[in-house]
Design a protein around this ligand. Sequence first.
Ligand code: C2E
Ligand code: CA
Ligand code: CA
Ligand code: CA
Length: 277
Amino acid sequence: AAERSQRWVRFTPELDAASNQDTLELLAELKTALGSNQLTLHYQPKICLLSDAVLGVEALMRWQHPERGSIPPGRFIPRAEHSTLIDQLTAWAIDTALAQLVTWQAQGLTLSVAVNVSTRNLLDPNFVDSVLSLLDKHQVDGALLELEITEGAFMLDFERTTAELTRLANANITLSIDDFGTGYSSLQYLDALPVSMLKIDQSFIKSLARNSSSAPIVRAAINMAHDLGIQVVAEGVETRTAFELLRELGCDVAQGYFMARPMPAAQFNDWHTDTQG
Ligand code: C2E
Ligand code: CA
Ligand code: CA
Ligand code: CA
C-alpha cells in the first residue's frame, strides 16, 4: 500500500531507454487526459443470434487528445499496461460504463455492459474490491456487468487469478474470454475457470464463409464451448454471410460492423431506436 501511494507510475525494467521516454510522455499525457474529460467510452452492441435482440454493449475507450487528435486504444492501452495507470483507467471505464447503464435503465433500456480488463488488473490486490464497490456505488446488479479478459491473464498466476475471478463470478458478474483462439487456448483450463462466455477472435470471423478455412475452427469452438456450458460471442462480424453462417452454427451472440460500429452513447440511443423500434 505504501508503494502505491508514492507514485502513479511504476515501470517494468524491460523497457529500453528510448521507448521508456516515449512511454513516459504518453503516460503523463494520459494521466492528464483521465482528469480532463479527454477520455470517453464508445459502445458497440451485442446481438442475440436467436432473437435479434440487443443484449448489451461492449465499452471501448477513446482518447481525444487536444493537439494530436484521436489516439486509438491500441496505441495507449498496451503502454498503460506497463504501469499502474492501467488500474486507474480500468476503474474509470467501469465507473463510466455503470453510470451510462443507470442512465439507460432510467430510459427503459435494459442492457448489460462489458468492460475490457487487462491482465495486469487481475494482479492488483484491490481490483476485485474496487469492482464490487463500483457496483455498490451505482446500485447496479452484478449480472448486468461483464468483464472481458484475455487468456494471457491465466498464464501469469493461474491459481490466484482463478481465485479473484471466482469472487467476481460469485457477485454474478459475467466473465468472458476475449480474443479466443489467438493465445494459449488450452481447452483444459477453460473448464476449470468460472467463465460463462467466450469471444471468438475477429481474425476467425471477418472473412468467415461456408468454405473458408476458419469455418471448421469456428464450428469446433462453438460446439466445445457449448459442451462446457459456455456461451459464444463472435466478434468482428462484418458481412451478412458471416452473420448467417454463425446463426446456422449455433453461435449465441454477434458483434461487429455488419450490425454497428462502436459509437458514443447518444448515437447508440438513435441506433437502438431505429433498429429495435
Ligand atoms: P478488443 O477488446 O478485441 O475490441 C474489439 C476491437 O475490434 C475494437 O477495436 C472494435 O472497435 C473493433 N471492432 C469491432 N467490430 C469490428 C468489425 O466488425 N471489424 C473490425 N475490423 N473491427 C471491429 P478498438 O476499439 O480500436 O479497441 C482495440 C483494443 O483496445 C480492444 O480490443 C481492447 O483490447 C483494447 N481496449 C479498448 N478499450 C479498452 C478499455 O477500456 N480497457 C482495456 N483494458 N482495453 C481496451
Ligand atoms: Ca473486448
Ligand atoms: Ca476481442
Ligand atoms: Ca484484444
